[in-house]
Write a protein that binds this ligand. Structure first.
Ligand SMILES: Cc1cc2nc3c(=O)[nH]c(=O)nc-3n(C[C@H](O)[C@H](O)[C@H](O)COP(=O)(O)OP(=O)(O)OC[C@H]3O[C@@H](n4cnc5c(N)ncnc54)[C@H](O)[C@@H]3O)c2cc1C
Length: 326
């Protein structure tokens, strides 16, 4: 008589969960960028979908590390109920690479001094340091949660971002098919921040350095985000037909729209990722970085260049003068 093995019912795994990890290696890639490689047995199950996959980086408390950090699935509710001095700070980052066989995950931090806990932590990260990542489970329900790159089947791709979006843009560029066409604009603090990245021949990659860290007597550094608007406009002018639009405004209108955004931003997150819309034939634009800069660029593309807003994903990755909301 045949006997059959009855599998116990599988508990559904969450899409996102905690991974306790330690720093394996730290590599300074450029004056601004530092790549931190995390390791941990659990990372064998970390989600590999890549692209602009976002994760939370939970940082240790000076007093007790992670002793008070809740482990369960409802960690956020429990964390919010803790007294302030027992709440570990956390910030949002993008996964640059995942190697489940080696149980490793890379995250590239853009340094901005000691102004925030994440940047300060990354500047001092040392092999053996422990942190918690909250990220996708490869075998969880909905492993693409936290991915906002959704270009559909379009002909032309446009990626625009500052140094905080550089890791995501690099990961997206490396994922594109060989026949992809479009452009990527990456504004970074210094000339030395141009990173090596593989991109299809048909995708123009432009690094725009603000000129921070120059020798005394050189021109002062450009304002954050100020190089993106004219570069994007220039590209739009050269590609009107590919984009299916007939106008592109002026340099002044692009810069003015960007500057106007700096004045008065609402408190709500500046984030809009069109979903479920079938894009075909046209252009898909993905914009991420400092909120006012990105909002201004989106307005330029939609109001001046006439792109359908459903073709433009924009994500405020951080806000000038404000810590990330937790
Ligand atoms: C989905 C998503 C993905 C992201 N991916 C990455 C990534 O891969 N790499 C990365 O480096 N960042 C990334 N960021 C941005 C990062 O989360 C923020 O820069 C975050 O504020 C850093 O935390 P902090 O503790 O250093 O500073 P906070 O405590 O949040 O802020 C302290 C001060 O520093 C300012 N500030 C924050 N970031 C910068 C900056 N880059 N330059 C200058 N001033 C700044 C704030 O305005 C504030 O005044 C991402 C953000 C999001 C939402």
């Amino acid at each position: 008589m045949l006997t059959s093995v009855v599998e116990p019912p599988r508990r559904e795994r969450p899409a996102y969960r905690n991974f306790r990890v330690a720093v394996a290696r730290v590599e300074r890639l450029s004056p601004t960028f530092v790549n931190v490689t995390f390791t941990g047995d659990d990372l064998a199950d970390f989600g590999t979908a890549g692209l602009d996959q976002r994760v939370k980086v939970v940082l240790p408390l000076a007093a007790n590390g992670f002793a008070s950090f809740p482990d369960g699935l409802d960690w956020y509710t429990q964390w919010r109920e803790l007294p302030g001095d027992l709440r570990n700070p956390f910030r949002t980052y993008t996964v640059r690479a995942v190697r489940p066989e080696q149980r490793e995950v890379d995250i590239v931090f853009a340094s901005h001094g000691d102004a925030g806990p994440a940047s300060a932590w990354a500047a001092r990260a040392t092999p053996g340091d422990e942190i918690v990542l909250i990220g996708p489970d490869e075998f969880g329900a909905g492993r693409t949660v936290g991915i906002d790159w959704r270009p559909g089947d379009v002909d032309t791709l446009l990626l625009v971002g500052d140094e905080t979006a550089t890791p995501a843009i690099c990961a997206i560029l490396e994922s594109l098919p060989a026949d992809a066409t479009g452009a990527a604009f990456l504004e970074v603090p210094e000339e030395g921040d141009r990173l090596d990245v593989r991109a299809p021949d048909g995708v123009e990659v432009r690094w725009l350095a603000r000129g921070a860290g120059q020798a005394e007597g050189d021109h002062p550094a450009a304002e954050h985000g100020s190089l993106l608007a004219p570069a994007v406009r220039d590209w739009v002018v050269r590609h009107l037909a590919d984009l299916g639009v007939t106008r592109a405004g002026t340099d002044e209108s692009a810069a003015a729209l960007a500057a106007a955004e700096r004045a008065d931003l609402p408190d709500t997150p500046l984030w809009d990722v069109p979903a479920g819309h079938s894009l075909d034939g046209a252009c898909y634009a993905w914009l991420a970085g400092e909120a006012s800069v990105i909002t201004g660029l989106r307005r330029f593309l939609v109001r001046e260049a006439g792109l359908d807003r459903r073709q433009v994903a924009f994500m405020g990755y951080w806000r000038r003068g404000r810590a990330e909301l937790e």
